[in-house]
Write a new protein. Sequence first.
Length: 191
Amino acid sequence: MRFSIFALAATLITTVLAQQVYPTSPVASTVWSTGQTVTLKWKINSPTSVGKLSIELLTGDNPQQQHVVADLGTAPSGATSYKATIPSDLPGAWYTIRIGDSYTAFFVIKAGGVGPTGPPPTTAPPTTAPAPPSVSTVTRTTTTKALPTTTTVLPTSSSNPMNAAVGQFKAFGGVGSVMVAAVAVAVGVAL
């Protein structure tokens, strides 16, 4: 059971760390042209764990049929933007960019002023990174009330280790009961 929980936790952590990049540009309304130098932008969910990022341009009618049409380069570790030039020999179509393991929305690249003739792909790219968490401040007010304490005096006997423990800890009041229980477990294990 413990192994199963550990395996599940390790899988979830690996999945989260694999998608540390959240693309912010290009977006679905972006229109670029072949030969144009563009700036790709993204946010990093955890800057200390993101290394170099491979950047690729993909096309395809749906996520299962996407294929790489151009390697746009590699962003250095910790970068949040990258300048790339769109290849001149591409046809006008819908494209997406893979930054590391994350994908941008589908967007248009025009060739010679001509864009795609059909609608955008109807499904999302294969994976997208979660949006970085927003920062918010929460103020919490806590009221505490002191609880009454009681002291129970029990007879002591040096022949019984339990009673000796009670005698040593009775001065601690309510906490003494917890301490006595802990000593009782320890003495019981030792005997």
